[in-house]
Design a protein around this ligand. Structure first.
Ligand SMILES: Cc1cc2nc3c(=O)[nH]c(=O)nc-3n(C[C@H](O)[C@H](O)[C@H](O)COP(=O)(O)OP(=O)(O)OC[C@H]3O[C@@H](n4cnc5c(N)ncnc54)[C@H](O)[C@@H]3O)c2cc1C
Length: 625
């Protein structure tokens, strides 16, 4: 008889995930007087946020005084192709500067302008230099600062604990049943834990591990998306995945690792095998009046010349990624299936204040990139161009939330950061994630603490706990019964399948194939068996994560099949144009059929009309076209 026993922890608010969003939510909930438990799958400080490089977007106007929240709002809406939750885009643009200054007050050491203000750099889709940064290690500084601040707030941290089910006051999966805790296990010994809470904040990040080539780490298995979905919450815009244009392509062991957009912000240019700057060949109409006419103007922009427009390498990520894909397919790629990104060419040129750029200048601006290529690819970026190609980077889709409070469609369940949908619409602008984390992390923490105060003590249902425990142990027990389906093999096959049939370029036939293949993978996953026992067993962890990857992949494919147009991160070669009339006025919403009850309902999809944009915001968009 398996041991279904567990240790129970009680808090007002449980935050699942300790990246930027989770830490900021925990700090805020704690500041509101709530007792807070912070549960995270890896070690504290190892969340994905630590990998962020280029910076966080906030219209502080430190480098260009023409910037304002209105321009940032308009840029975010244009980048998201107007499917954004405009209330979130408004709050984000208005509140990001204050949140960045707060980080500074808590000890974050940003790069500086000559007169001592926070330095801001150029990034794709942002009209003015807007990214507050610390070299190309901004995420590290953010997480260090939030952790330092957080531990002094008395937050209880449960490191290396994975949440695998939400507990509800009512039938599991019923969207009306309030969330009252979560069920999980510690990754070392595999012992079960129950976290009882009056409110839960999901801050679990993205889904990148659904793909073979990705900049994301092992943690990104869509856990929060699946936890919410299984509890009956709505997921929104799941078809929109961001393929970052520049990941490493060589050697194979580092394929997918990110090459920050900061390289292009500092003047890096993209060239094909013929030496041509191909990005000048394809500039979308809605960006024509904001894009440099020639390379010389693009370079002046990178030096801070306010009369110049940005180079086409700094167009939005969806577009740049597709242009790279096109060059490679046309046979104009680099030897290992990418294109060239050259920052070495800026050597010998003059900076705005007349200094001659040398190798040291590049190393100082891009220390991690220098180190990354030097150690992993044996290449000196101050001398040679890098080989780069698209890599799965970010998911715009996620848990549907209220713009002001971040509460999902299930009472007591909140979501912030990459796991939440809305702010970025069909495509996220670089730098808008880190600011998203601090703006909406704070809002979610605040609203969750209020919810906890206003709602009575939760009631846990022992049967739900026992069911979750039994389900978690099934893969180990199957092995004992002689079943042999391997979790790693299924995960690899899923990643390969998603890369091939639901990747950067999609069409009806491929997505239909993906849908069919998912059924086969789901059947195999239902038979997954894990050797060993609960202690120190990564195979078991993979088997449990696999279910989440399958759920998010199914949601992505279902939404992608329905959106028969191309917009933002979703490109359909069979419908290459945007179709405003049929697809420009709704979000795609995925939920589990509540009639299935107890975990059994099938996945359903609905087109949900966009809320009309407020008149004053309409005007802001018009003024900034
Ligand atoms: C290489 C790289 C560079 C980037 N650069 C930038 C940049 O310059 N600017 C920018 O704006 N964005 C950047 N991004 C994107 C940005 O870093 C992420 O979108 C952001 O950090 C996500 O933060 P988060 O708080 O939502 O999640 P994360 O930081 O990923 O944290 C997720 C947390 O959830 C935990 N977790 C997950 N599942 C579970 C579970 N089941 N149980 C318990 N805990 C769980 C994890 O352990 C982790 O603590 C970059 C991304 C990458 C990969």
């Amino acid at each position: 008889m398996a041991d279904l026993g567990y240790t129970k922890h009680e808090h007002d608010v449980i935050v699942i995930g300790a990246g930027g969003a989770g830490l900021r939510a925990a700090i805020e909930a704690s500041a509101q007087g709530a007792s807070v438990g912070l549960v995270c799958k890896s070690l504290l400080g190892k969340a994905h946020t630590v990998m962020a490089e280029g910076g966080m977007a906030a219209a502080m106007a430190n480098v260009d005084d023409r910037d304002s929240w209105k321009v940032h709002f308009a840029d975010t809406m244009r980048g998201g192709q107007y499917l954004n939750n405009w209330r979130m885009a408004e709050l984000h643009a208005q509140e990001a500067p204050e949140r960045v200054r707060e980080l500074e007050a808590w000890g974050a050491v940003f790069d500086r302008t000559k007169d001592g203000r926070i330095l801001q750099r150029n990034f794709g889709g942002h009209r003015y230099p807007r990214l507050a940064h610390v070299g190309d290690r901004t995420g590290l500084e953010m997480i260090r600062t939030l952790q330092d601040h957080g531990i002094h707030q008395g937050i209880n941290v449960y490191m290396e604990h994975t949440a695998i089910a939400l507990l509800q006051d009512g039938t599991p999966g019923d969207p009306k049943a309030r969330v009252v805790g979560c069920f999980g296990y510690d990754r070392e010994l595999g012992r079960f834990r129950v976290f009882q809470a009056k409110a839960i904040v999901l801050a679990t990040g993205g889904i990148g591990k659904a793909y073979k080539i990705t900049s994301n780490s092992w943690e990104y298995t869509g856990d929060g998306h699946a936890l919410a979905y299984n509890a009956g919450a709505d997921l929104m815009d799941m078809e929109f995945v961001q393929f970052h244009p520049t990941g490493m392509v060589w050697p194979p062991s580092v394929r997918g690792i990110l090459v920050t957009e900061g390289v292009r912000g500092e003047g890096g240019v993209l060239k094909n095998s013929e030496g041509k700057r191909f990005m000048f060949d394809d500039i979308p109409d809605n960006y024509k009046n904001q894009t440099a006419k020639d390379p010389e103007e693009g370079w002046r922009y990178c030096l801070g010349d306010k009369s110049a427009s940005r180079p086409p390498e700094l167009l939005t990520r969806d577009h740049v990624a597709r242009c790279i894909n096109r060059e490679v397919k046309a046979g104009r790629g680099s030897p290992h299936g990418g294109v060239y990104l050259d920052i070495a060419w800026i050597q010998g040129r003059k900076t705005a204040d007349g200094k001659t750029i040398d190798a040291e200048y590049i190393k100082k601006k891009l220390p991690s990139m220098y180190h990354q290529f030097h150690t992993l690819a044996g290449l000196d970026i101050t001398k040679e161009p890098m080989e780069v190609g698209p890599t799965t980077h970010y998911v715009m889709g996620g848990v549907k939330v209220d713009g002001d409070t971040q509460m999902s469609t299930v009472p007591g369940l909140f979501a912030a950061g990459e796991v939440a949908a809305g702010l970025h619409g069909a495509n996220r602008l670089g730098g808008n994630s880190l600011s998203d984390l601090i703006v909406f992390g704070m809002r979610a923490g605040d609203a969750a603490a209020k919810f906890a105060k206003e709602n009575g003590a939760p009631r846990l249902d022992e049967a739900q706990i026992q069911n979750a425990a039994r389900a978690a142990l099934e893969p180990i027990e199957r092995q004992e019964r002689g079943v042999r389906e391997n979790a790693y093999n299924i995960q690899y096959d899923l990643q390969d399948m998603m890369q091939t049939y639901a990747g950067i370029v999609r069409n009806e036939a491929d997505l239909t194939t993906a849908k069919q293949k998912l059924e086969g993978l789901k059947a195999r996953a239902a038979q997954v068996a894990v050797p060993g026992n609960r202690e120190y067993n990564p195979g078991w962890h993979t088997a449990l994560d696999l279910q989440n990857l399958l759920t998010v992949s199914e949601a992505l494919v279902m939404s992608g099949l329905d959106r028969k147009e191309s917009r933002g991160g979703h490109f359909r070669e069979d419908f290459p144009a945007k179709d405003e009339a049929n697809f420009g006025k709704h979000n795609t919403v995925i939920r589990r059929d509540p009639r299935g009850g107890g975990g059994g309902g099938a996945m359903q999809m609905e087109r949900q009309p966009l809320k009309p944009l407020r008149d004053d915001l309409k005007q802001v968009v018009e003024e900034n076209k």
